[in-house]
Design a protein around this ligand. Structure first.
Ligand SMILES: Nc1ncnc2c1ncn2[C@@H]1O[C@H](COP(=O)(O)OP(=O)(O)O)[C@@H](O)[C@H]1O
Ligand SMILES: [Mg+2]
Length: 282
């Protein structure tokens, strides 16, 4: 069996995954996406398994696709990256699967986006369809702010930035939840608490602090159901506590976890590697 960790940089997460593999006797080779020369007309690889940890969404998509065509098991599979990584597709699929998720509209012109905003009411949240670390996730409080956002995107955006994704704002209690799903189980979860630095965006990369969130029956069931919309794999499921219970607003396909090991006390990289190996052997 030959397996590789496909990466852009050796981040804290990737270092932990390599160490966890070594501790379990798995020879996980390092494959830098920057150095690949993939022959598209002849997809062939000596690898049986690829642990997909690229930090670039474009490279994640194209390398996952190529290695799957070449016959390797890619974790997560291409379809998961494609469907979760695009918020427009992901919201549609989550809702269709009956997962509670914030009401969301998609529009393609400023005029129709303005009508979508009226249907949702202010305040609302606008996000790019591709992106992470909460980049360009904006709370829009009124019509003037919406007009400014739309004008910026029309003037400066590329084609996908002119896809207007508008979402109901959830009045969450100064925190949200990141639940880690590996295979058929939620292995741990954290609250991401708002701080002065983070404001309403509680991503830990934006200054939110992580504390343990108990995995209740309800949380486990919802996190696994949401993850499985995109196929079995390794996911970070983002949820908020709304007035009507938990809602899932995002499922992350290449999840960060460095800040979640200490508060949860869960060996997240170890469990990820064990899952990868078990799937590789199947
Ligand atoms: N509809 C919403 N209502 C309130 N807060 C939100 C909403 N959507 C996102 N947020 C906040 O913004 C953060 C980033 O949004 P998210 O959809 O997870 O995008 P990203 O992919 O950039 O992490 C969330 O973790 C949450 O704290
Ligand atoms: Mg998120």
């Amino acid at each position: 069996m030959r397996a590789a960790l496909l990466y852009t940089i050796i981040s804290a997460e990737n270092k932990l995954l390599l160490e966890a593999a070594k501790a379990r006797g798995l020879e996980l080779e390092r494959l830098a996406d920057a150095e690949l020369q993939l022959e598209l007309t002849e997809p062939q690889t000596e690898f049986d398994g690829i642990l997909q940890r690229s930090s670039s969404y474009a490279r994640t998509l194209y390398t996952s696709f190529w290695f799957e065509q070449a016959g390797a098991y890619v974790c997560n599979p291409y379809a998961a990256h494609h469907l979760c990584g695009d918020k427009y597709l992901a919201s549609t699929l989550l809702a269709k699967a009956g997962i509670p998720t914030p009401r969301t509209y998609g529009s393609f012109t400023p005029e129709s986006a303005t009508k979508s905003a009226s249907a949702l009411a202010f305040p609302l949240v606008m996000k790019p369809v591709f992106g992470s670390w909460a980049r360009m996730v904006h709370k829009i409080n009124d019509r003037e702010a919406l007009e400014a956002e739309l004008e910026n995107r029309e003037e400066m955006g590329h084609a996908f930035q002119k896809v207007y994704y508008l979402q109901e704002h959830i009045d969450k209690p100064g925190r949200d939840i990141r639940a880690f799903v590996v295979g058929n189980e939620c292995i741990g979860a954290i609250y991401r608490n708002a701080t002065e630095k983070s404001g309403w965006i509680t991503n830990t990369g934006r200054g939110g602090t992580a504390t343990n969130c108990p995995v209740t029956e309800e949380l486990n069931e919802l996190a696994v159901r949401a993850a499985h919309v995109f196929g079995e794999g390794i996911y970070g499921v983002d949820m908020m506590e709304s007035g009507n219970g938990l809602v899932v607003h995002e499922v992350n396909h290449t999840t960060e976890f460095r800040n979640s090991i200490a508060p949860t006390g869960v060996d997240i990289p170890g469990i990820m590697i064990e899952y990868f190996v078990s799937r590789l052997k199947r």
